[in-house]
Ligand binder design. Structure first.
Ligand code: FES
Length: 576
């Protein structure tokens, strides 16, 4: 071990560096874990912020990964200390993990600030763990590096690759349409999730792992290395080494999370066909670090970005294939003509330098810029009288023939109403209709659940219908697909125009024109508005009440209003 190279007083020395009673207490109690005195001699204390939990299966291997980070920290002369924070398991948390993203971010922020930590490694994996940890860390602004846990190996069912989430939606519609037995459905469970790691489609976890790499807050190559590949352990060790140097260099998160970095991430999201959830998460992270990013930036920057990556749900391959093809550095290198290549990253070098030696080993998986997999990769932001503050759609996952569509609304005023009604043989609906779901936004659900990709009515599935236009104030899983308009703002529960739609209204979707229009005259809408009353809140008391009271709309990142901004790392000295 070697102590602080730069002789700049480290933050942790305010706890460990003195000769008084408080310093005795700080050191003595730490020593009950067997640390020697020289552990407190001024070397960088590195917090390893761990979202391990057996209830977050995607992060179930994180205790092993943390050990590899510690190895790297020790090698570089730092003092590693691992600490747990609230973990968000997408598949188990009810009513939705998104309800707790902001709560977990508070845990992260306060845990970092309150403790004797000089630099932080964020261990992230399952969907919400990445934004939650980065939001919390951004509000403190210490030297910070992210290590993703990596995707699962490819799923394989009856000799064919299957993807997390994406094939669940397909299989469940096959069962409803009578093409798959329920026994076969059950067999597919262990064929889909067959190793440690997060979803291996380009769902929200893989998207956010790519976003943090594109933001420059991970070592290059972070996003795609499979969780169980030995090179993931190596990445962890190198991450541990690097954070110690970042502390010596005083390289803070705010020097990396600049406006240029966010613009890079938005463009990369287009090129990977990333999840619509990235929109909300990046808006929230930007709000924490003080970058003025708007929903419109997604359209402006992503509009001309083609989708280069042939991965489910937009395409056919999976994250393991992406890694073998060269991973995200290839995409970033190919986009350098559009990106801010000079953006600083955690390596201390620019993004352009980091990816200079990237090579594409499989142009079927990572298609060349001149012959992209799909012409339109970015997220389209729609406006109109149905979404005055915007709505989003992912064109690469939608049906081209539905991108311009006029149809009759069939309205569900809650997810329960949808479930009760959707398979009713008497439901007046055909393939040209527009399915509208209300009251599933940030306040309405609450937590803006991933229910926007409503399953189609059974009777239409049996007729062979595979996609319809669906509109809601909800989100959808990054593993899902379809012509699905999401994040309508303002949401129905606060009286947005979505609340005023009635069965039989005509709705126009024009993705090329970025328009979402409810074809009902203003006088009638005013009449309905006067009649409207807010639905009763779903929860009374506790965190959920605070969430409903303070959550912002989707176009602002659905953060809690009082959490927006960076509050720094200063903390008053306590006295025992
Ligand atoms: Fe955890 Fe998909 S459920 S990443």
């Amino acid at each position: 071990m070697s102590s602080n190279k730069n002789k700049r007083p480290l933050r942790s020395q305010a706890w460990f560096g003195g000769d008084d009673k408080d310093s005795f207490i700080h050191r003595s109690w730490m020593k009950n874990q067997g640390y020697p005195s020289d552990a407190f001699d001024g070397r960088p204390v590195i917090g390893i912020c761990n979202t391990w939990s057996e209830l977050t299966p995607c992060n179930g291997h994180f205790r092993d990964l943390a050990e590899m980070v510690k190895r790297g920290v020790l090698e570089a002369g730092g003092f590693p200390v691992e600490f747990p924070v609230m973990s968000l398991g997408e598949t188990n948390l009810r009513p939705t993990a998104m309800l707790f993203r902001n709560l977990a971010s508070m845990d992260v922020e306060e845990s970092i600030r309150a403790n004797p930590i000089d630099g932080v490694v964020l261990l992230t994996g399952c969907d919400k763990t990445t934004p939650a940890l980065l939001m919390g860390a951004a509000s403190v602004d210490l030297p910070t590096i992210v290590l993703s846990g990596g995707p699962m190996l490819n799923g394989n069912y009856r000799g064919k690759p299957i993807g997390s989430g994406t094939d669940v939606w397909k299989f469940s519609e096959d069962v409803r349409a009578g093409r798959m037995t329920s026994n076969e459905f059950k067999q597919a469970e262990s064929c889909m999730s067959r190793s440690a790691g997060h979803c291996m489609t380009m769902g929200t976890a893989s998207t956010m792992a790519s976003m943090v790499e594109a933001l420059g807050v991970t070592l290059p190559g972070n996003a795609a290395i499979p969780a169980v590949d030995a090179r993931r352990k190596l990445q962890a060790q190198l991450t541990g080494r690097r954070i110690v140097d970042m502390v010596h260099e005083d390289l803070k998160l705010s020097q990396i999370l600049t406006r240029e970095a966010f613009e890079n991430a938005i463009m990369v999201n287009g090129a990977i066909g990333g999840s619509t959830n990235a929109v909300i998460h990046l808006l929230a992270i930007a709000g924490r670090i003080g970058v003025d990013m708007r929903l419109g930036d997604w359209d402006r920057l992503g509009r001309d970005i083609p989708c280069l990556l042939n991965l489910m749900p937009s395409g056919q391959y999976l994250m393991e294939d992406f890694y073998y093809a060269g991973g995200l550095p290839v995409i970033i290198r190919d986009l350098l003509g559009k990106l801010h290549g000079e953006a600083l990253t955690v390596t201390g070098a620019s993004m352009a330098v980091n990816v200079a030696e990237a090579e594409n080993f499989n142009p079927e998986v990572i298609t060349p810029l001149a012959q992209p997999f799909k012409d339109e990769g970015g997220i389209a932001v729609l406006h109109g009288n149905l979404a005055p503050r915007g709505a989003v759609i992912k064109p690469s996952a939608a049906s081209p023939e539905l991108m311009q569509h006029r149809g009759r609304a069939v309205v569900f005023n809650s997810i329960e109403h949808y479930k009760k009604r959707v398979d009713d043989p008497a439901l007046d609906i055909d393939a040209s209709c527009v399915m509208v779901l209300q009251n599933c936004g940030p306040q309405g659900y609450p937590g803006m659940a991933e229910v926007g990709n409503m399953g189609l009515p059974k009777k239409l599935l049996e007729q062979g219908v595979r996609d319809m236009v669906r509109i809601s104030d909800a989100r959808m899983s990054g593993t899902a697909y379809g012509t699905v308009v999401l994040h309508v703002a303002p949401e129905a529960a606060v009286g947005g125009p979505l609340a005023l739609v009635r069965d039989g209204d005509m709705i126009e979707l024009d993705v090329a024109g970025r328009r979402l229009h409810l074809d009902v005259d203003e006088a009638e809408l005013a009449r309905r508005r006067a009649e409207w009353s807010a639905p009763p809140p779903a929860m009374k008391g506790g965190y959920q009440s605070m969430y409903i009271k303070h959550v912002t709309q989707a176009d602002e990142g659905a953060d809690l209003d009082f959490l927006v901004g960076c509050r720094g790392s200063a903390v008053p000295r306590e006295s025992h």
